[in-house]
Design a protein. Structure first.
Length: 378
């Protein structure tokens, strides 16, 4: 029996349809709190898009159809790219239709831009569900970019509709800032990226749903490690990108940091919905940009404000050139994004602060709260 999930943030719409309810439930779990995902009646026909300007995504376990697309791509001229950290073969037809397969994952894709109809088939439920949520997000992204939105590398918390954006490179403290302020009563709008649109009424901010990686040290210092561990011991399934060594550490009750061969810390990976269900955060769906923060994290010091906050840099604005894991192989985004000059000029007018955070979460939270309240009152 067909089931469906409708995802509807702002001016964008994608309807995910499947014969396997676990796949549409996955989309609900991923997008519900941030992108207004709700269970919906399955469409009477799967031959086109659901609503004007929207997109239809059909996702199912279907080994026969998977084999058919694998054969088609193999018989035609195709490119080989890395997509979602997987070897992907892509064949494009003159009419714009795109076929792709990921042999190791046993996944196949078929996208027809004329009808905004996307099909995903695979050999197993979980890979199809993961791919469907990823493509649903990419379809939404394409619609929002066409509507004039841009993407910023920033975390975001909200109070009374006013958004506080936090910028910085990886490891600077974007997620730490968002988590600590969310623990102090702010709503969480995003932990790594946001959509932003310059309007007459202000700078409109929308979430970018994604898995959140939060280290053992921060979870322990904020009192969130034990609630997480209890849920995992009770059978809670974390995001599939979570390394098994992290899961094993949670079962063992260990909070010792885990590092991979490249020196990257391996962290618990949360579904967006788990930020609420496990960590107790309230998720915001929209806000107006009001102020900017630029943190950095240092050891063996005291949290403090830093004079002369930096200006926004090119790296703070997301472009297709900065995307490494999900290149636009299906050409879902517009060929050329609108200029961000006006957006950058308006962001530059907002009040801002730079500050140093430390591994003392309580002291850092006190400084962040005081700073945020001051910024939002300017």
């Amino acid at each position: 029996m067909l089931s469906a999930t409708r995802i509807h943030p702002a001016e964008a719409t994608v309807t995910v349809v499947s014969d396997t309810k676990d796949i549409t439930d996955w989309a609900l779990r991923y997008f519900g709190g941030w992108w207004n995902a709700t269970a919906a009646d399955a469409p009477a026909t799967s031959g086109g898009s659901i609503a004007k300007g929207g997109a239809l995504l059909l996702a199912d376990v279907d080994s026969d159809r998977l084999s058919g697309v694998e054969t088609l791509v193999g018989d035609y001229e195709h490119d080989e790219v890395d997509y979602a950290n997987a070897r992907t073969l892509v064949a494009r037809h003159e009419d714009g239709v795109v076929y792709a397969v990921q042999p190791a994952e046993r996944l196949a894709y078929h996208y027809d831009p004329a009808t905004s109809r996307f099909v995903i088939v695979g050999a197993q439920t979980e890979p199809v569900a993961v791919a469907a949520s990823r493509i649903a997000r990419e379809l939404i992204r394409g619609q929002l970019l066409r509507a004039g939105f841009h993407i910023l590398h920033a975390s975001c918390v909200v109070r009374d509709g006013h958004a506080l954006l936090t910028f910085g490179p990886k490891g600077a403290g974007k997620t730490t800032t968002a988590l600590l302020l969310a623990r102090e009563g702010y709503e969480l709008l995003a932990n790594d990226r946001v959509f932003i649109h310059a309007e007459d009424e202000g700078l409109r901010i929308l979430p970018w749903p994604s898995a959140a990686a939060i280290g053992f040290g921060l979870l322990e210092s904020t009192g969130l490690y034990e609630p997480l561990r209890a849920r995992v011991l009770d059978g809670e399934q974390m995001h599939p990108t979570q390394d098994q060594r992290v899961t094993d550490a949670l079962h063992a009750g260990s909070t010792k940091p885990i590092w991979n061969a490249m020196g990257k810390e391996l962290k618990p990976q949360f579904f967006p919905a788990q930020l609420s269900s496990i960590l107790g955060m309230t998720l915001a769906t929209e806000a107006r940009a009001t102020a900017l923060l630029f943190p950095c994290v240092e050891e063996d010091t005291e949290p403090r404000l830093v004079p002369a906050p930096r200006a926004l840099e090119e790296e703070d604005f997301f472009t297709s050139k900065t995307e490494d894991r999900y290149p636009d192989i299906f050409r879902l985004a517009p060929d050329k994004a609108g200029p961000a000059t006006d957006l950058a000029d308006r962001l530059a007018l907002l009040p801002r602060r730079s500050l140093v955070l430390t591994h003392d979460s309580r002291a850092s939270a006190e400084l962040l709260t005081k700073t945020a309240e001051g910024l939002l009152s300017e």
